[in-house]
Design a protein around this ligand. Structure first.
Ligand code: ADP
Ligand code: MG
Length: 700
């Protein structure tokens, strides 16, 4: 184990929370973006709304306000006399002393206009050169990486420890990719890729966009994306090879029980659902393990297909597990399945992190004894102690929310049924590119639900600028007064000084005051599991008319009576995410409304909400999502993404992924020459890789 200088216990804990545990992890920790300090412009070339590194001479500074809320304004000028102010609210004591008149300041940030002044609020200070003096040695130059925030540590400190990690661990990074492949694919050594990751300047010409680095053929991102997909590909190919040696239990469906379950759904299947159910039924009857991906836009009725599959397994007397990414969704599925399977005398249990230890132990025991046949759960299902003696079917809902690895944990380690492999059904509303599906699951049959249940009308979608926000709320309150049920979705749980955005707790406070007692409910990820379930239950039953929530309701939540959704701060959500949120309404035949209230009025923000108002096609929206992420924020949130990848972007890196997966299969098939040492290295890397498999994302 390599020790990195400068990482104490507190920083180590912060890094561990971000998934960085070793010097090697740190050396390969991907920056979230690069700041361009290659060109530093004089004050007059600062443009409103555009991030810039600027340089100017201090002409004066003013501090005002009480010590605990001291406001500091430092005025800079360039040789032409153009002026710009740097502004801090809550300046720490002594900050003003860093900017003596006549000193040159290198500052960076996004200028805004205040009256007729151009200012940068809370700028990043690259360095200060005293009159006649030198720049400090750590003043940023070139492309400067920015890492995920670690509370209590600034970027300079992170950059310093990463430099240490690179020096200490970089040359010794173990590359699991065999030499033959590295040569064939012209892949740089791992140590070099790591160095370029943190300082990509040598790769880019002076004028080129830092965003182009992401797809640079010799760049670290492509190299590391290849590496991680290769490892995953080997893991998948090996698992598939093992599975191929173990047949699945053929599940013949008892027609009467099956029909009863379908009747229990309470509606007639759409033609698309009926086709999917038929395909699943055929798959389950075979001893070849089913590997089926059910893809369908939000609201297309994927749950019904899963219900049918679970009913078949349960009626055949075998065990089935349903995995959902959130407590709320697990609870909802457990309740639905419970109602349907009650008709055929099968009890459904729920297993999630929120259960009391006692109850949980009982459920685990009942599963192990085979007494419980159907379990719906969150990641709690994946824990070591949960063992199924007779697992025949695994259904994973909203699979894009899980790491790839979960599917292996659950379908292999969970099943104690000697020599068998469970059938697998995965569901998603996110279109997965073919190459990626292949990488993640190996060969996979895909069924698409290309039809919405009858009578559905997509929600009318309207966009509001910041000035229209109050109107949107008024409209919402009027609709609620007229008997509609509404969601309000906010980007934050609590108000934050750093990000002046709508927060669920304060919006809830406002609405609770304006609505009758008990008519508003609040839901967010920081509540206890039982509080979450209580909030959604009140909304579901109609006792609460408005549910104020963060994006926890984004996936899967189904309250058909809700007909209005207001997304406050809509520009803070991704397009696909907004589409999912919008899909919470319009779930029965009645007209429904989605209001998107932006908190900024930039052109991109407007284009994004306009696009949603214009189209309801989830596939088109996912594509636009990628296209609209300009190269500048290509490092941003990956919505169509696979939570387990750090470097690979499923859409942008499709070719690299395909190559890496093909190579991985050749390795598993023994078609790539490898020395004993290389084999050992690959095995070691897979073991380490496997250790991170426990991660599941329950996102708020
Ligand atoms: P998703 O594909 O987003 O998971 P759900 O399975 O949650 O969709 O279904 C959305 C809503 O449509 C639910 O309220 C469900 O009960 C209803 N539904 C599903 N299939 C049908 C159908 N064939 N006829 C009428 N309603 C349906
Ligand atoms: Mg669903």
């Amino acid at each position: 184990m390599t020790v990195v200088r400068g990482v104490g216990p507190r920083l180590a804990a912060g890094l561990a929370a971000a998934g960085v545990r070793t010097a090697e992890d740190l050396a390969l920790w991907p920056p979230r973006e690069y700041r361009d300090f290659r060109t530093v412009v004089p004050v007059r070339r600062a443009r409103e709304g555009e991030w810039r590194a600027i340089e100017g001479v201090v002409t004066g500074s003013i501090a005002s306000g009480p010590p605990w809320r001291r406001r500091l304004v430092v005025r800079l000028a360039d040789t032409d006399g153009a002026e710009l102010s740097l502004v801090w609210f809550k300046a720490y004591p002594g900050l003003s002393g860093r900017f003596p008149a006549g000193a040159t300041v290198l500052a960076a940030g996004t200028p805004s206009r205040y009256g007729n002044e151009v200012q940068i609020v809370h700028p990043e200070i690259g360095g200060v050169r005293p009159p006649g003096g030198e720049w400090p040695s750590d003043a940023p130059r070139g492309l400067v990486p920015v890492y995920a925030a670690v509370a209590g540590f600034d970027q300079k400190r992170l950059r310093r420890v990463i430099a240490e990690a690179l020096a200490a661990a970089g040359p010794a990074l173990i590359d699991p990719i065999p030499e033959a492949l590295r040569r064939e694919r012209a892949l740089a050594p791992l140590g070099r890729a790591a160095a370029l990751l943190h300082d990509p300047s040598p790769l880019l010409d002076a004028g080129s966009d830092p965003g182009s680095l992401r797809l640079h053929p010799d760049g670290p991102w492509r190299r590391l994306a290849y590496g991680e997909t290769f490892l995953l590909g080997v893991a998948v190919a090996r698992a598939r090879a093992a599975e191929a040696r173990r047949p699945a239990p053929p599940l013949a469906s008892d027609d009467r029980a099956f029909e009863a379950a379908i009747r229990g759904l309470g509606f007639a299947l759409t033609a698309a659902q009926a086709r999917a159910v038929e395909a699943v039924r055929r798959d389950l009857a075979s001893d070849r393990p089913m590997r089926r991906l059910l893809q369908g836009d939000v609201g297309s009725g994927k749950t019904a297909v899963a219900v049918a599959a679970v009913a078949i397994a349960a009626c055949a007397g075998r065990q089935a597990a349903v995995l959902a990414p959130t407590e709320i969704l697990a609870d909802q599925h457990a309740e639905r399945l419970g109602r349907v399977l009650d008709a055929v005398g099968v009890r459904v249990e729920r297993l999630s992190g929120g259960l009391r230890p006692r109850r949980r132990r009982d459920v685990v025991r009942s599963i192990a004894a085979g007494a419980t046949r159907v379990v719906v759960g969150t990641h709690a299902l994946l824990e070591e102690t949960v063992r199924f003696p007779d697992l025949a079917l695994v259904a994973i809902d909203e699979q894009q929310r899980f790491g790839v690895h979960q599917r292996f944990i659950i379908s292999r380690a969970k099943s104690m049924a000697a020599g068998t492999t469970p059938h697998l059904l995965v569901m998603t509303a996110t279109p997965i590119p073919r190459t990626l599906a292949f990488a993640l699951y190996g060969d996979l049959d895909v069924t698409v639900l290309d039809e919405l249940p009858p009578g559905r009308r997509p929600p009318a979608t309207e966009a509001f600028g910041p000035a229209g926000r109050a109107d949107a709320y008024e409209r919402l309150l009027r609709l609620v007064a007229a008997g509609e049920r509404a969601y309000v979705i906010c980007p934050l749980v609590e108000p934050s000084d750093a990000m002046p955005l709508p927060a669920a707790t304060s919006v809830y406070g406002d609405l609770a005051r304006r609505l009758p007692e008990g008519a508003a409910a609040l839901l967010h990820g920081r509540l206890l599991p039982e509080e979450k379930i209580e909030a959604i239950a009140r909304f579901r039953s109609g006792r609460a008319r408005v549910l104020v929530s963060t994006s926890v309701v984004e996936v899967g939540v189904d309250v058909p009576e809700a007909s209005v959704v207001l997304v406050d701060g809509a520009d803070r959500f991704g397009l696909s995410q907004l589409h999912q949120i919008r899909g919470r309404v319009g779930r029965d035949g009645r007209p429904s409304l989605c209001m998107l209230a932006r908190s900024t009025d930039s052109e991109t923000a407007r284009a994004r909400t306009d696009l949603l108002a214009a189209t309801h096609d989830g596939f088109k929206i996912a594509e636009a999502d990628l296209a609209m992420r300009g190269p500048g924020d290509i490092f941003g949130a990956r919505q169509a993404g696979e939570a387990s990848f750090r470097f690979a972007d499923p859409l942008a890196d499709a070719d690299t992924i395909a190559e890496a997966v093909a190579d991985a299969r050749r390795v598993v098939a023994g078609a790539v020459p490898m020395s004993a040492e290389e084999t050992a290295r690959l095995d070691g890397a897979l073991t380490r890789f496997g250790r991170s498999w426990g991660r599941v994302y329950e996102r708020d």
